[in-house]
Structure formats: C-alpha cells, structure tokens
Design a protein. Structure first.
Ligand code: FES
Length: 352
C-alpha cells in the first residue's frame, strides 16, 4: 500500500507531508511535533522474489510447527513415563516431559515466529498516527474500524498468499491436538469394571478381622461380621480398589424373620451377605441394630432393612443394598455362588 492510500483522517493533524513534515511549535503547542520519519520501502515491497522468499520462510515456520505437534503426539505415545535422560546443565530429567516441552514449545514458537515474520515482511508497513479520542466509539468510528479491519485483511495478503494461509490454518488447527492427547492422562476408561467385583462362584468369605474363612457356625444370630473374598492381600497394588467394592456385611437372621423371598433363597440358614458400601455416595456401613435388623450408614444416616432385601427405609440412598448370593462349599466354608448381580455402591453406576 502506498502512502497515498492512507485515509486523510489517519494522518497527523496539520502534518501536510505524511513522511517527515515537522509541525512548527506555537503558543498553544510549545513542543514541535517531530512528525513521522520518511517511509522506506522494504525489499519485499519492491522485489517480488524477496516477497516469495519471505512467504516460503513463513510457510516453513508454520510447517515446522505442524511437524512439532506431530512429534509431540508421537512422543506422548512412544516414550515411557519412567524413562529418564541426562540434559546438560539440568541433569537427569524425565524424557517424556522433556520431549513434550520441547515439541510443544517449538510448535508454539514457530507459529509466533511465522506470524511476526509475515507481519514484518509482507503485511503493509505504512505508519499511521491517530489522535486521542473519547473512549466511546461513534458509529462513524465503528464503521471506520470495520473498514480498517477489511482493509487489514486485504493488506495481510491472506487471500493472495494461499501457501501462508493454508499452512497457518494447518498449524493453528493442529496445536490443540496436543491438548486432546493429554486427555489420556485422565486414566483408562473404567469399561465394565464398575459393574463387577472380585466375587465369583466358589470364592470363600474371609473374616476381615481374623483373616480366616468363615463357617456358618462362626456367625451367631444378631452378630455383624465384615468379610472379604479369599485371596485379597492388603499388600497388593489393587487391594484398596478391590476392597472398596468387595466388602461385605454378614449377619444371621432367624429364617422366619426374612421378609423378602429372594433374600431367603440367596441366604444360607439365615446367614445373609450384603454389600458394605452405601448406595448413597459409597461410605462403608458399620452400624447394625439386631432387634430391627436395620443397618445404618454413619455418613448421612441412610438406613437399610436387612431383613427385607436391604430396602432403604430412611435417608438419601437411592436404592437397596446389593445382596451377594452365598452357600456352603464341600469343605464346610461359606462361599459366593456368583458375583453381585448388580453394581455395588452409589446409584450413578446404573446410568452407564
Ligand atoms: S454415604 Fe451413606 S448415607 Fe450418604
């Protein structure tokens, strides 16, 4: 764009010559306005081959940005989390963190460098001076801004320099991919694991206090025993995850006190096994009232009737406590007939 194309109102007041004119000081303005320095054309303004070189440089930077984003994703997938490398002068650091930082940094840097180089060499460099004006923009100013924007878009040559436009759009579109792959760090999807526990056909019920398998004779009427599946070891990596779903309350009722037909079928001589995990938000239930057969969750006082299918009789819990079907094995110990037939714990699992 030549200086002749600068809108008149964008020139300094009384500047006369837009390039180099000096306004003489007077009584009202004792300091002389130095004006704008003479405009000098850049090599790209007068030499199309230089402009092409700049275009290729900008495109190269945007392309490097795209490659860096691809390298970021590849590094995220390929480099083990625990791999360390030596980087002078930092010392030993995580290879994955180093690779992610370098590649993402390079991708962002190249976008910035490409945009700066584009602006400095190919966009219009006409100097424009403007007066201070009221903060509120008048309709004329807004119209002018709109026109300036369109003019700027035209001067950025984004329509004409298709190579720059395409590579820039590609670089900007790919950078967010780096954030998308990081979503993997939210962990593996739970799949159906929330619907199942460690319980399975033949798993013995083990007393959580004595760590001994339970016989029917170990469970007295009116007592409350906590149990877990045989084979769980508190030193195992998954112990806490498993026990949070597997824990049981074992109580013994008079078979005649059991109101729910299915509960009676799933019990053994009045011994019933219920999940210890509250169906409200998952607290462990620990209180049992033997006269009423009510189990109380200490967190928000949800109360379950263990003589009536674990039905909720009070509190915020959304559904009955899951019951585990049990029997006695050939060796005389209590064991599960199968896994729970419904998810244990808070009711939101049912939405899956
Ligand atoms: S977690 Fe049991 S009542 Fe809220």
């Amino acid at each position: 764009m030549s200086s002749q194309e600068i809108p008149e109102e964008n020139l300094p007041a009384e500047q006369g010559d837009a390039h180099g004119a000096v306004k003489v000081a007077d009584e009202k303005n004792p300091f002389a306005d130095p004006g704008l320095p003479p405009h000098e054309h850049r090599i790209q303004d007068i030499d199309e081959r230089a402009a092409k070189r700049s275009e290729r440089t900008v495109a190269l930077l945007f392309t490097v940005s795209m490659l860096s984003t691809i390298a970021f994703i590849a590094a995220y997938v390929a480099i083990p989390v625990d791999k360390a490398i030596y980087v002078w002068p930092i010392g030993h650091i995580s290879a994955l963190n180093f690779a992610l930082g370098m590649t993402l940094g390079l991708a962002l840097f190249c976008i910035g460098a490409g945009a700066v180089h584009w602006a400095r060499t190919l966009m219009s460099d006409v100097e424009i001076a403007d007066e201070r004006h009221p903060i509120e923009a008048s309709p004329e100013v807004r119209a002018q801004v709109h026109a300036d924007f369109k003019q700027g878009a035209a001067e950025s040559v984004i329509g004409r320099r298709k190579l720059i436009r395409h590579t820039m759009l590609g670089a900007l579109a790919m950078v967010p991919l780096a954030g998308v792959v990081l979503l993997r760090d939210l962990g593996p999807l739970p799949g159906t694991s929330l619907r199942h526990t460690t319980w399975a056909k033949g798993k013995k019920l083990v007393n959580m206090n004595t760590m001994e398998p339970l016989r029917p004779s170990d469970v007295a009427v009116g007592s409350l025993t906590f149990a877990m599946p045989d084979g769980l070891n508190e030193h195992d990596h998954d112990f806490q995850k498993n026990i949070a779903k597997d824990a049981l309350m074992i109580i013994r009722l008079q078979p005649g006190d059991i109101k729910d037909k299915r509960e009676l079928e799933w019990s053994h001589e009045g011994i019933v096994a219920y999940s210890k995990i509250c169906t409200h938000v998952g607290c462990p239930i620990s209180l049992y009232e033997q006269q009423t057969h009510h189990a109380l969750c200490p967190c928000h006082q949800s109360t379950f009737d263990l003589a009536d299918g674990g039905r909720v009789i009070f509190g915020p819990a959304g559904h009955a406590l899951p019951q585990l079907r049990i029997t006695v094995g050939e060796d005389g110990y209590l064991e599960a007939v199968s896994d729970f037939e419904e998810p244990v714990g808070p009711a939101f699992w049912e939405r899956g």
